[in-house]
Design a protein around this ligand. Sequence first.
Ligand code: PLP
Length: 376
Amino acid sequence: MAAPAVRYLQPYDPGHDLVALRRRFAAGGLVELGSNENPYGPAPRALAAAATALAELHRYPDPLGGDLKRALATKHGVDASQIILGNGSHELLMQLAQTFAGSGVDVVMSQFGFAVYAIAARAVGANLRVAPALPPEARMPRGHDLDAIAAAITPATRLVYLANPNNPTGTWFAADAFAAFLARMPGDTLVVVDEAYAETADAPDFASALSLLPAHRNLVVTRTFSKAYALAGLRVGYAIAHADVIGVLERLRESFNVNGVALAAAEAALGDDDWLRETLAANAAQRDTLAAALRERGWPVSPSQTNFLLVEFGEHVARVDQALLERGVVLRPMGGYGLPRCSRISVGNAAQNRALLAALDELASDSVLFSTDGQV
Ligand SMILES: *Cc1c(COP(=O)(O)O)cnc(C)c1O
């Protein structure tokens, strides 16, 4: 009975059953490095605001999310009419396809792009065109190839989804390359830049696409409170674009899509820059340390501007994943992304990363992972 476009869809694959695993391991015993969550937890101010908001649970939330939008508008130097809030940015990525794509429309994404884009496009019956990614030996292994993406655009293309930095590769594209790409895009093709990891990016050639908004009515930037801001459980994301684009998106928004606790906590989190700086510094330091430790052990690690690392365990990947699970360490298998030789490892705090490395070292001393010459 399902609509034709939905008939052959696969649901979003969240990886392991974390709730079952948490029950299996003693309280706090599970090292969860599979979902790119912030291991340091939310800003204390966000927690306090959430607790206060609990007293209002009998009320509907502000359907306009006015306070949070105004805070975001100030932070990003845009007008509040240029912002739409979502129940996580996932909701907005789906809504973009609902609003601007459909049967007879082409939607373009990159190979190894975020899985939600394909679901969003296919769910509305659009034709998905997947541009090949950069090769594994490129400077940005398996990253977005902006030329290949531009070449995949047809006159029927209304939507392009890019992620910068990208999940699951961790790679990014340079600000000047993206500006040139955007200049080549037809005006009737919306370019969605998913910046779920923009806060963790500190490379000199990275820049948010937000600065290009005034000159490009066909640009949409999505952000989330789930990653750097550590509010994944509350589900708040947002998109920034020309007010006319936001106005059309608003027509399909569920009236009370962001709950009151989430609105209050997100607004408070925005007001705590010191906390954000600390959490980002900790992530960057641990990211470098963990990447170096993995490379030292012989495992190739992609460059990353995010809070996770894409690691190549090659032929050992299934055994590593299973053996780590038995030791209470959860990674994200990448088979579903067409990367069956890789795992995605969220950058944990120091203790979690030590536990991961200790478990890997235990496996390495197990002869199963090694050939006779000691090479993995
Ligand atoms: C995590 C993630 C999101 C979705 O986050 P929400 O929790 O729905 O806001 C969107 N895009 C990418 C690339 C992500 O990794």
